[in-house]
Design a binder for this molecule. Structure first.
Ligand code: DON
Length: 309
């Protein structure tokens, strides 16, 4: 795909890169620790097919929590809005992404929203299919459609590394299984969840996913419908209210566009109705969001007046 280097964008990347020194690469999943602290890159994809880039955009990284947006879209397509939101809520939380605290404060232990781990595990539990392989295949196929890139696959070392250490996520699952919120085998669910987190992409892929969401679920080039408009609206709204974890409120003020982050340093963002944005910067701030990536999006939003509010 042709994507032009943009000098103004490059200047913003170099300014934001200074902040990467102050962040920390995630180490709780051993395979993520090898990322380069100072990496920072961005791609923007427009609905007319244009693409601009800055930084090392060929670099691959894993989706991590960005996958929560895509599994939510798939689960709603599979089960319908009513069933999905009978098992997971729609409200933001001020807690860290992997917190177990709120689950015990209401019985049944329905997680507050699909962007925190507890909620995302419930959503993954609702993906249709007879096996982990089939469910994952359906998720990959949605991602292939949104990115127009059929090469996207799992990074098995990251998946295995997280599977071996995902004891907090196992605890969330066992707690929710006890209360009837999730069904079936917990190990299978953790297997699928850790694989969805380990799907490997580039900034271009994120930007292409973003432009499909910005364009209300339609592929901007072929005009083919990939997601129902209603589902695109739901996931974009969660990105605004819960996409940057317990920094979502500040991010909405400083940047003001639907965005979803992951511990790999990925940020999927979009500017309705016509721009998809993919950012990668593995050094994280204390809330678990890319420190350089958030700075870069703040600068970009201010310079081009991108806030939707
Ligand atoms: O559940 C986990 O621990 C990760 N695989 C995904 C979490 C994540 O990306 C949180 N992001 N800020």
């Amino acid at each position: 795909m042709y994507c032009e280097t943009d000098d103004e964008l490059l200047e913003l990347v170099e300014r934001a890169r200074k902040y990467t020194e102050k962040g920390k690469v995630a180490s709780y999943i051993p395979a993520l620790e090898r990322a380069n602290q100072n990496d920072l890159s961005i791609a923007l994809y427009y609905d007319d097919g244009r693409c601009v880039r800055a930084g090392d955009v060929e670099k691959k990284f894993t989706l991590q929590s960005v996958s929560k947006v895509l599994t939510l879209a798939l689960a709603i397509m599979d089960r319908g809005e009513e069933e999905v939101f009978s098992r997971v809520g729609m409200e933001p939380t001020g807690d860290p992404f992997n917190s177990i605290a709120k689950l015990e404060t209401q019985i049944p232990a329905k997680p507050l929203n699909p962007m925190i781990n507890a909620g995302a595990l419930v959503v993954t539990n609702m993906i249709a299919g007879d096996s982990v392989h089939q469910k994952l295949g359906r998720l990959l196929s949605l991602i292939h459609d949104m990115t127009n890139n059929t090469d996207i696959d799992i990074e098995h070392e990251v998946a295995q590394s997280e599977y071996d250490t995902a004891n907090l996520n196992r605890s969330l699952c066992f707690f929710m299984k006890q209360h009837g919120i999730i069904q079936g085998d917990v190990e299978e669910l953790i297997d699928l969840y850790t694989k969805q987190c380990a799907i490997q992409v580039t900034c271009y892929d994120l930007a292409r996913i973003g432009v499909v969401l910005a364009n209300k679920g339609l592929d901007p080039q072929s005009n083919r419908r990939i997601l129902p408009e209603r589902i695109a609206t739901i996931v974009k709204t969660f990105m605004v209210t819960c996409g940057m974890y317990n920094a979502s409120g500040e991010f909405a003020i400083q940047v003001g566009v639907p965005s979803k982050s992951g511990v790999s340093g990925a940020i999927l963002a979009l500017v309705p109705p016509s721009i998809g944005v993919g950012v990668y910067g593995p050094a994280l701030n204390e809330k678990g969001n890319s420190i350089g990536g958030v700075k870069l999006l703040e600068m970009l939003s201010q310079r081009y007046d991108l806030s939707i509010f």
